[in-house]
Design a protein around this ligand. Structure first.
Ligand code: FE2
Length: 273
């Protein structure tokens, strides 16, 4: 979250509107069409309900207020325009206030398939439909509150919770595996991989093994070797209630026990020349 980025967020005018260019709108149009062609039978029902309510424009980037109107009416959330990268402190504060941070830039064509920075397409298409769901919305708000007073070190543990639920969570439903994590939903290749590939490990997640999540390392720039599955989206209510009372104890336990062995190679860092 503190890394450099080549992207600069667009600044909304005094009415909160952003004057997106034709090229930016056409990138949205293509991303949306491509992603919509992959959601049949892959995303969870709660996401589809939210998608219908939000009714994204096909040919242009929606203004944040258009999305916020629907979120306010369903769960009391709203979108908040932020710079391309924000610190953990700001991130937790916004979530605790039911404001979903949306970086107001869209990826370039060179990074059409993959980018590490979350852009407006990822935030709006990947997350906002689920933010109309009370279980998901309440969980995300509670997560923000948990992080507000946590130390820098503790926040690194908390970040894994967000990663393996809000970003890369799966549901093991009677109809089959479904995605609710926005990091997967906004990537067609990872959607296929997470649901159908035999390579990744898929572990069940409940209030009983939140500690395992805190101890599981991840890399942001690869397909995930491990996913955590809930049975249904309302499991987030039980996890939230459990975490509210236990999370800091769990973080202490995770620190003592240490991380599980990584299922991936360490990231190659470029040597300074
Ligand atoms: Fe995200």
């Amino acid at each position: 979250m503190s890394k450099a980025t080549k992207y600069i967020s667009r600044v909304p005018d005094d009415k909160g509107l952003i004057d997106w260019s034709d090229e930016e709108n056409s990138i949205w149009q293509e991303l949306l069409a491509r992603q919509l062609s992959h959601i049949e039978g892959t995303v969870c029902d709660e996401y589809l309900v939210g998608l219908k309510l939000l009714n994204f424009p096909a040919d242009r980037i929606p203004q944040l207020e258009e999305v916020s109107v629907v979120l306010r009416a369903t769960t009391g959330w709203q979108c908040e325009p932020v710079p391309a990268l924000i610190g953990f402190g700001e991130f937790f504060k916004l979530l605790s206030e039911k404001k979903f941070p949306v970086a107001t830039f869209i990826r370039s064509r060179e990074e059409f398939d993959y980018l590490q920075e979350p852009d407006i397409f990822h935030e709006i298409f990947g997350h906002c439909p689920l933010l109309t769901n009370p279980s998901f919305a309440n969980y995300t708000e509670a997560y923000g509150k948990m992080g507000l007073n946590a130390s820098k070190e503790d926040r690194i543990f908390l970040a894994r919770l967000y990663w393996f639920t809000v970003e890369f969570g799966l549901l093991d439903t009677p109809k089959g595996l479904r995605v609710y994590g926005g990091g997967i939903i906004s990537s067609p290749s990872e959607t296929k991989y997470a649901l159908y590939d035999e390579t990744p490990e898929r572990k069940s997640l409940s209030a009983k093994n939140v500690l395992d999540v805190l101890r599981t390392p991840y890399r942001i720039d690869i397909m995930q070797p491990i996913y955590f599955m809930l049975k249904e989206i309302t499991d987030l209510d039980k996890i939230r209630e459990y975490e509210i009372s236990e999370i800091m104890d769990l973080v202490e336990q995770a620190k003592k026990l240490g991380l599980f062995e990584a299922k991936f190679q360490p990231k190659q860092t470029k040597k300074a020349s």
